[in-house]
Design a protein around this ligand. Structure first.
Ligand SMILES: O=C(O)CCC(=O)C(=O)O
Ligand SMILES: [Fe+2]
Length: 333
């Protein structure tokens, strides 16, 4: 596994249809280390000096942590709270009502998944939010609250794409074009981490990286997410209230030919309290051919990943599009 492999002994296996990467636990945990926080208004500042200084700091943070907290992002607290409340209310529906979405149809745009295994303990609802927005019709206010969050987040996504393009030394619209973000495939994973299931393992979600361009994460309770930095340290993510955690995705790593990494992260099981989270995997359009871009390939940096369309990478090993499953082990050369 590219750079991480030299730092971490990893062992891949399949359990209940989830590919699990188990880094050994004995690598330098740095308890006091913190994921950096960035002010969105400074990333998009009209003042060239402010923007360029912030982008230099962000570049450094992405190279080491591959993730950051985003604050001052223009998304009113109420919109975040209403979206999380909508998700919470969905989980207050009856088992019968939630079960309606528990299918395995490959064309699903909404799917409920339930894991209570050694490897994963959560209930989640996967919903495709872009290019078309999907949401259960119950409870009554859910779709509107969640839809408003998704709509408002789009502007932030475009701002981040411009900032990341600049960091790569390209024109502002580079990533928007390279990933065809206009029709990008976004899937939200709306999770509840349940104190009410029988505890079978120590993970809410086991160690993994996510596909796509980047992942945005909001949540209700103090987080128990651990992120593996590119220097081989597990850092506990502390998301300030109303901040959004942004993690790079596999396809950013692939596009940049490994110059930037998609971080491995895992969620420890917490049986004490109910936690609601929304992790959205923001992808390129399904037909985009994703391989290392020519700008990142030269004699000393030969292609380190096999190219394929986003659809092909999501469907590798029989997964469905809505599973947004990572297939990094197969694409690494
Ligand atoms: O719910 C969370 O905090 C993180 C979940 C996650 O990493 C994922 O769904 O990919
Ligand atoms: Fe994840």
């Amino acid at each position: 596994m590219a750079e991480t492999a030299s730092l971490v002994t990893q062992n891949h296996f399949e359990l209940n249809n989830i590919s699990i990467i188990n880094p050994v636990d004995s690598i330098n945990p740095r308890a006091n280390d913190e994921i950096p926080t960035f002010d969105y208004s400074m990333l998009c500042s009209e003042d060239p000096e402010t923007r360029s200084k912030t982008l230099i700091d962000l570049d450094k943070a992405l190279k080491e942590y591959a993730c950051f907290n985003l604050v001052n992002h223009d998304l009113p607290d109420k919109i975040i709270e209403d979206a999380l409340k909508g998700i919470s209310d969905f989980y207050d529906l009856t088992e019968e009502e939630r079960k309606e979405y528990q299918t395995t149809d490959p064309t699903d745009k909404i799917r409920r998944c339930l894991f209570t295994t050694n490897g994963e303990n959560r209930e989640c609802l996967r919903v495709v939010t872009h290019p078309q927005f999907h949401c259960p019709t119950k409870p009554a206010d859910f779709s509107e609250a969640f839809g408003e969050y998704v709509k408002r987040f789009r502007k932030i996504k475009c701002g981040l794409a411009r900032a990341f393009s600049k960091i790569l030394g390209m024109e502002d619209c580079y990533l928007e074009k390279a990933l065809k973000l206009e029709s990008g495939f976004d899937v939200a994973v709306l999770g509840v981490y349940p104190p009410w299931f029988e505890l079978k393992g120590s993970y809410g979600v086991p160690a993994h990286s996510d596909s796509g361009f980047f992942v945005s994460l909001i949540e209700t309770a103090p987080i128990s997410l651990d992120v593996l930095t590119t220097t081989g340290n597990w850092v506990k993510a502390k998301i300030p209230p109303h901040a959004i955690l942004v993690l790079l995705g596999d396809h950013f790593e692939i596009l940049t030919n490994g110059k930037y990494k998609s971080p491995i992260h895992k969620l420890a099981q917490d049986n004490e309290r109910k936690r609601i989270s929304m992790a959205t995997i923001h992808g390129p359009s399904l037909d985009t051919f994703m391989g290392p871009a020519p700008e990142f390939v030269d004699e000393s940096h030969p292609p380190a990943y096999r190219g394929m369309t986003y659809t092909q990478s999501l469907q590798a090993n029989g997964y469905h599009l809505i599973d947004v499953h990572s297939n990094m082990p197969q694409v690494r050369i």
